[in-house]
Write a protein that binds this ligand. Structure first.
Ligand SMILES: Cc1cc2nc3c(=O)[nH]c(=O)nc-3n(C[C@H](O)[C@H](O)[C@H](O)COP(=O)(O)O)c2cc1C
Length: 241
């Protein structure tokens, strides 16, 4: 409790600064995952069984790096481990843990603090077994990130190529892009978990409105998928439920 009070004081202090910025927790550099790719595909599986043990930062950062990490060099240093339509980078990854809600910031390899409440149960609807799992990753689409010069240019090119179907085509791109871009992250996380011997479950079963409130999202943001993670339980008494 004392630590939470300390954290609240830090947040209040930060908010009073001229340029308010949420406190950040730096994660270690991700170390290599060295399992052969064929073995990763052989081991990739969904599981509903999670140990209640927290996931250590060393493993968490490897999973987050797989979902959305920097893998570029030199002029391309902002390139990512997973692709997005028109390089929008419109999917944010929120990390929900016992010690609160955090936003993964790939550029600085930090977790940015959202709030301190343990609200893991808010991310479960039909599967009570997963509500105490140590980590839920929540993929959130931000429509605001799809607006801008590059998008306007791309849409103009589409218009030039195919004038008749421009509206239909751009509507389809806007509808499909966030779902496909999220799918790429879901698979990357499944693969990292397979390589790290961590159990994992992608889920569309959650109360979207509740998740929106719990994550304190804006009007342009929409949660699309939850992915629950936890170590394999050592036995029945180790299960998170
Ligand atoms: C996008 C997506 C959403 C899913 N949603 C749920 C879900 O809401 N509940 C659930 O139990 N499993 C969910 N799953 C897991 C699938 O049921 C699982 O992938 C499927 O049964 C195949 O099993 P496997 O992943 O072990 O190969 C989802 C998987 C994906 C890719």
């Amino acid at each position: 409790m004392k630590r939470i009070e300390e954290l609240k004081d830090i947040i209040k202090g930060k908010k009073n600064e001229e340029n308010p910025k949420a406190p950040e927790r730096e994660l270690p550099a991700p170390s290599k995952m060295s399992m052969p790719l064929s073995d990763v595909f052989m081991r990739r599986r969904s599981s509903l069984d999670f140990s209640d043990a927290p996931i250590c930062d060393e493993d968490l950062v490897r999973i987050l790096w797989a979902a959305d990490g920097l893998n570029g060099k030199g002029n391309n240093e902002n390139h990512r481990t997973t692709p997005t339509t028109l390089n929008w980078k419109e999917i944010d990854t929120y990390v929900v843990k016992a010690n609160g809600v955090w936003l993964w910031v790939p550029e600085r390899r930090v977790l940015s603090f959202v709030h301190e409440k343990d609200c893991r149960k808010d991310f479960c609807l039909l599967q009570p077994m997963v509500k105490q799992a140590p980590v839920h990753l929540v993929y959130v689409y931000d429509q605001a990130k799809t607006q801008g010069l590059m998008t306007d240019l791309a849409m103009q090119i589409v218009q030039f190529i195919n004038r008749k179907n421009i509206t239909k085509m751009s509507d389809e791109v806007m509808a499909h892009a966030p779902l496909l871009d999220t799918g790429a992250k879901v698979m990357a996380v499944y693969m990292a978990c397979a390589a790290l011997n961590i159990n994992c479950l992608a889920r569309l079963t959650f109360d979207s409105e509740k998740v929106h409130d719990t994550l304190q999202l804006t009007a342009t943001q929409m949660p699309l998928c939850v992915q629950t993670l936890g170590y394999k339980p050592k036995g029945l008494l180790d299960l998170a439920f």
